[in-house]
Design a binder for this molecule. Structure first.
Ligand SMILES: Nc1ncnc2c1ncn2[C@@H]1O[C@H](COP(=O)(O)OP(=O)(O)OP(=O)(O)O)[C@@H](O)[C@H]1O
Ligand SMILES: O=C(CO)[C@H](O)[C@H](O)COP(=O)(O)O
Length: 409
């Protein structure tokens, strides 16, 4: 159970104090008292705080913290929607809050976007000549303090980075959820934040595929020119390589997305080769395998039970070394023609952490309109969702509800 908090506004406290982090007192009887200060909207680019609030909470049961790292436009939101769906219920922005909030809340999960810890707004970054990927543009001390507080069951007043205006908006109250997902550019960059993570994922989208996705979204949906998309990718590249990409070495699971090898020299980004790289020896995480654990396997499932059009589908599985760590890799190249036939593939995968036979296929069918549903990105994101549910249940010794269809299966 997550904590239950009552919020009081205390007018008598000094409204000019600039305290960004909560001061916490243990009251005994499983109660905590927290005082924090709301940021004002008057000077969005300064750290002004006012309207002190007092929160009294019953001590929370464990908040499980998950980190999801990826560059912008690499499928974090899509992954989050799949993950939230595994726990049931829809994720929505905080009710009655800032319409430009980046936070998504459901019954079990709260997803916070680490862009909210940008210490420099868009103008500030321009003036200092740094990108949002540069650690200098981000407040890791505050990120650490707030993620730690939430993990300990203490609510926080988290800043909001407004992607529409490019400014830092007044903060929003975040209560400790059962599962906290911190998603963004740097969840594994700062070792203090990294140590708070119960599980970490890195979405590793190769440059060719990233470019294809960006063109699709930013040209078709946002009216950007091909040149401006190219320029923006090139401008971010050095900082991406210096600060974002190295985080994958710390991830418990990496979803690597590459151009297909089934069509020679294909860079179109439509047919993908996707690898699920799973670290061995992670507590409460048993890697998924194909056919026989620890073997090296190549499998073409196309035929009587799986319809495949050109260029077909190829699976592979085996042990590898990744940044000096022992990992198990499941790979899928190609795409499904008929999603309902995925059950055939699912039945050959083990350690899926499903609650009933066919749950992965059911989830994939439910969200067949999400990007990546016909290929390994959707399949592996769904599987990681199941793994996170199992990890949560093991860490908290609780059981989440069996999805409705289980009884019909
Ligand atoms: N698995 C996928 N297969 C194909 N295209 C995808 C996939 N995932 C994401 N995309 C493309 O990338 C775009 C960005 O996806 P999404 O919004 O999930 O990423 P994001 O990392 O949350 O982006 P941002 O950080 O910019 O908000 C989508 O509109 C879609 O075009
Ligand atoms: O890399 C990003 C993460 O989403 C954004 O580019 C970053 O947050 C800066 O925002 P904006 O592009 O609105 O100035």
């Amino acid at each position: 159970m997550a904590s239950v908090c009552t919020v009081y506004t205390i007018q008598s406290l000094n409204s000019t104090s600039s305290i960004s982090t909560p001061t916490k007192t243990n009251l005994g009887f499983n109660q905590k008292q927290v005082i924090f200060y709301r940021k004002t909207s008057q000077t969005k680019r300064n750290n002004n705080y006012s309207t002190p609030c007092l929160v009294t909470c019953s001590a929370a049961d464990k908040t499980v913290v998950i980190g999801l790292a990826a560059d912008s436009g690499c499928g974090k939101s899509t992954f989050m929607r799949r993950l939230t769906s595994v726990f049931g219920g829809a994720a929505e922005p905080p009710k009655g809050g800032n319409p430009d909030s980046n936070t998504l809340i459901s019954d079990m999960t709260t997803v916070i976007c680490l862009d909210d810890y940008h210490s420099l707004d868009r103008t500030g970054r321009k003036e200092k000549g740094v990108t949002a990927l540069d650690p200098k543009a981000n407040d890791f001390d505050l990120m650490y303090e707030q993620v730690k507080a939430l993990k300990e069951g203490v609510p926080v007043e988290k800043p909001i980075y407004n992607h529409v205006s490019g400014l830092l908006d007044p903060p929003e109250l975040i209560k400790p959820p059962k599962i906290l997902v911190i998603e963004g550019l740097h969840p594994m960059f700062d070792s203090r934040v990294r140590d708070l993570l119960d599980f970490s994922i890195y979405l590793d989208i190769s440059n060719e595929v990233k470019f294809a996705w960006k063109i699709q979204r930013d040209m078709a949906e946002r009216g950007h020119s091909l040149e401006s998309i190219k320029a923006s990718i090139e401008a971010r590249k050095p900082d991406f390589e210096a600060y974002i990409d190295p985080q994958k070495q710390y991830a418990d699971a990496v979803i690597e997305v590459l151009p297909t090898q089934l069509i020679p020299d294909d860079n179109g980004g439509k047919i993908l080769r996707v690898r699920l790289i799973q670290k061995e020896g992670v507590k409460n995480f048993n890697p998924v395998y194909l056919f026989d654990e620890g073997s090296t396997i190549s499998w073409i499932p196309c035929g009587r039970k799986l319809t495949c059009s050109y260029p077909g589908i190829k699976f592979a599985y085996g042990p590898e070394s990744y940044y000096g760590n022992e990992v198990s890799v499941v790979e899928m190249d190609g795409q499904f023609d008929r999603l309902d036939e995925l059950i055939y593939v699912e039945s050959h995968l083990s350690n899926l952490s499903t609650k009933f036979y066919g749950e992965v296929t059911q989830q994939m069918l439910k969200h067949s309109d999400f990007p990546g549903s016909s290929n390994g990105t959707g399949l592996f994101q769904t599987i990681i969702g199941m793994k996170i549910r199992e990890l949560y249940e093991q860490l908290t010794s609780s059981k989440t509800a069996v999805p409705l269809q289980a009884s019909k299966a």
